[in-house]
Design a protein around this ligand. Sequence first.
Ligand code: SF4
Length: 411
Amino acid sequence: MSLAERVMELSKRLFRIEDADSADPLNFDSSPGLYIHIPFCPDFCSFCPYNKTKYGAELTDRYLNALKRESDLEKIEHFSSIYIGGGTPSYDLDLLRGVISHFKETTNGEIALEIHPADVSSKRLYEIRETGVNFVSLGIQSFDDSTLNSMGRKRQDSGVSLSSIAETTSAGFDFVDVDLIFDYQLDRRRIVEDLKTAFSYGPEQVSVYPMMRFSDTAFKNTKNDPEKELEILEELENVALTHGYVRDSLWTFRKRGERRKYSSVSREFFMGIGTSASSFNGKEFRTNTFSLDEYFSSLETGRIPARKIIKMGRFSAILYYSFWALYGGRLDLGSVEEDFGKLPLRMRCLLHSAIASGYLERKKDIVKPTRKGTRKLHIIEEWLTYNFIDRIWTDLRREARDHFASLESTL
Ligand code: SF4
């Protein structure tokens, strides 16, 4: 059995997804990152697997109160950083201001926000900066009209993509990330051109994701081709080098010399609040309900709205933590031991075998994937996405629909 097959086999046994009827507040040994999910979108894109709800101004006060209640139940007073994602959290600035003014004092780290290109104007960016947001991720996805159309992207054409990147990269944020998506089935010159265009505006980071074919999206009947995606990513790596950027994780290209990074997965431990938000404290990974009604009713009756839990022993938690650290380009074994204690024998054997097989290289306490290892990580990541994330999200989406149907039948 290959190393990748061994990791996948192990994952199936170690990470069992359980239903959660009730959940206790999570304990963290140190300040976690705070993830806040704002599920509202004015329109839906056909490729999108994320939890979202049609925007309605009448829902936002109730949602803000529910977020506050959820964080009160969790009783965590300090966060290492705040990340606001969605949905489209840049759409309703009153809601955004309400969220940030409530949570701002809980962190002295960065406050990061996902921004939709259609929400960009110099006035609006100024107002966003005034809230305290200093890291932004601009979800361009593409500068090409036919690619945007194929994703069912609404409120955005190539003109909006270009004007939004120009405005955002000159708005004075500390860090700008630009998100692009490529589909290996389309002409690869498009993503090469998209990447060059993004680099030409000088953002601190560009993230390039392969189109994932989640259930419940317009792409569910087609398949990914990891080998072709890898070829494309390696071609992009060469393009990046000639533009002053380096590939520093599976799917990100950072400006040469830039030490900071933008990522929702770079926080080792995080607490998520809002519909569909996930949390990880080193012992369990859990995900909230996808149903807005159930989210409201849980919090109005004082219950934490978690619906799926993966409980982890020390070995599985270290494996999970190490995978995401390597995905981010670097695993610090010193930090692992600080957080989890001495590495168990099984983990040391796994690392030793990955190093001996040329997937990882180690200098003192720092372990990094080699080129061969990066290829394997890409394949494992896609496997995990379909076997864990897509499964959890599909179940939670079905439960949300069932919940809605049962509410309707009682009316
Ligand atoms: S991609 Fe963003 S804007 Fe489009 S439906 Fe998904 S969350 Fe909403």
